[in-house]
Design a protein around this ligand. Structure first.
Ligand SMILES: [Zn+2]
Ligand SMILES: [Zn+2]
Length: 494
């Protein structure tokens, strides 16, 4: 029953479970989930056999859907499969993309951030997962990477056709490494040898996507729950929030187990009043942001008793995901988690970090603690959460590192003029309250600077060799987005 379909080779055969047609658009696909009866099907040449039944998909509120099509580097791709995973910090989705005929790529999605990755053939076998400690650097295929996450993950559900299908619910290790050039390397230990994927951040707007999920279908209707502390109604507005605070009693409620069951929560005293109210909208650097979360954090340099405090606003935009607006004694800044991992050199005050070809000088190193939170968060925020932070600067550009026991995260961004922040949130009348110690004149940071354009060009040129060298005959099939949403925090600033 095989058939040819235009330029795209497709194979179609009846589902052994229900007889409905099951289609394979990619030669790389050995597995499929029947769209009608949810049978899992394995393809062996022209024979299909049923291996079981797939669990239901969870609603990931993705703007993508099966058969959405787009272009990357002028090559067409079609999303033919979807894999949904869970790890201790949450869930994420990977889309299987059939790329220009025979190759299979992975578009992984987490909290509005997307990475497009291709199978990478390893010149040497991957080291055992437990030898890759978070924060360590290691070389893979002659390139230097930093280990940024090491998690146990499990498949929750799948849809469409798939090059490989891990057993539902069975845990395996996924290690993620990032480079100072912004590359993301994922090692998946569900197969022997582990498979590797190499990718880079993409923005959906740049992929010329068609066939996206209908906006109205994914209208995020607020979900409601009763505060486990005071009983007040609490509304969760973002699809994937892991923590939320009650507006009546300030309790911090853990949403990682869903909102149906018993909710873990922690009481918070001494509420801090954010200068910019939760729910406010403002335009910064040409993007319309909504303030969804607020954190007060305290820091102290090692061996120093003197503490300092700063505030971080979590900003959300549907297309851009999350950013952090940081309000510190020495000024305002807007940062977002980086896709790659900058390279550190030197130690102490002379230390520097290099990222995307730019060198940043260390400005501060300190222990940080989150002391108060309000609003909702895409990670499991906790009061008393401790990290070690290092801040770096190159003129107006900032880079900062946060390290906890299980994660190493970086964010990058720019200083903002306090008056520009006040005016973005229509708080010009209060602009004196926004003034900080940033006496030195900084130019307005709106708009796309030369630096940004150069970085974009560098990224485009670096993706070219990745696409060219990843052969479709590789056995791998998926990559991890594991830590894209697992950040313990985004910003860290004195
Ligand atoms: Zn079926
Ligand atoms: Zn409450």
């Amino acid at each position: 029953m095989a058939e040819e379909q235009g330029a795209q080779r497709a194979y179609r055969a009846p589902c052994p479970g229900c007889g409905a047609p099951v289609e394979f658009r990619s030669a790389q696909s050995a597995f499929a989930v029947c769209g009608y009866c949810h049978s899992t099907v394995v393809r062996n040449g022209d024979t299909l056999s049923r291996t079981g039944s797939m669990a239901e998909l969870f609603d990931d509120f993705s703007p993508l859907q099966l058969f959405a099509a787009g272009r990357i580097q002028d090559k067409p791709f079609t999303l033919v499969g979807r894999l949904q995973y869970s790890y201790p910090g949450g869930r994420w989705t990977e889309w299987v993309a059939a790329l220009d005929g025979d190759r299979t790529a992975i578009l992984s999605e987490d909290n509005g951030a997307f990475v497009f990755a291709l199978p990478l053939e390893l010149q040497q076998p991957a080291p055992p997962a437990d030898s890759l400690r978070v924060g360590a650097t290691t070389a893979v295929n002659g390139k230097s990477y930093t280990v940024t996450s090491n998690e146990r993950v499990a498949l929750v559900s799948a849809q469409g056709e798939l090059p490989r299908l891990p057993e539902v619910g069975r845990e395996f290790a996924v290690v993620e490494l990032r480079s100072e050039q912004g590359l993301v390397l994922s090692l998946d230990y569900d197969t022997e040898p582990p498979s590797a994927y190499l990718g880079r951040a993409v923005e959906l707007e740049g992929l010329q996507l068609t066939g996206l999920r209908d906006e109205s279908a994914k209208d995020e209707k607020g979900r409601s729950l009763d505060c486990p502390q005071c009983g007040s109604s609490v509304t969760v507005t973002l699809a994937d929030s892991k923590s939320i605070t009650c507006r009546a009693c300030n309790s911090l409620i853990d949403l990682t187990k869903g909102i149906g069951g018993e909710l873990r929560h922690a009481q918070q005293n001494e509420p801090v009043q954010p200068l910019i109210a939760l729910g406010s909208a403002g335009q910064l650097q040409g993007v319309q942001w909504q303030v969804v979360g607020f954190q007060h954090r305290m820091g102290a340099e090692p061996g120093d008793d003197e503490e300092f405090g700063w505030n971080e606003y979590l900003l959300y935009n549907k297309q851009r995901g999350f950013s952090f607006l940081v309000d510190a004694e020495d000024g305002w800044s807007l940062v977002k988690p980086t896709t790659g991992a900058p390279k550190l050199s030197g130690d102490g005050p002379a230390a520097s970090a290099t990222y995307l070809g730019k060198r940043y000088q260390q400005t501060y190193a300190y222990n940080a603690e989150t002391t108060y939170v309000a609003g909702e968060f895409y990670w499991q925020v906790e009061r008393g959460q401790k990290t070690f932070n290092r801040d770096f600067a190159a003129g107006k550009a900032l880079l900062s590192m946060e390290r906890s026991a299980s994660e190493l995260t970086w964010s990058s961004g720019d200083r903002m003029e306090s008056a520009a922040v006040a005016s973005a949130f229509k708080l010009d009348a209060k602009k004196d309250m926004f003034k900080r110690d940033d006496a030195s004149p900084v130019s307005a940071s709106s708009g796309v600077g030369c630096g940004t354009i150069i970085i974009i060009l560098v990224i485009i040129f670096m993706l070219l060799p990745i696409l060219a060298t990843c052969s479709g005959s590789s056995g791998g099939s998926r990559t991890s987005g594991g830590s894209y949403g697992g950040y313990s925090s985004g910003g860290s600033h004195k």
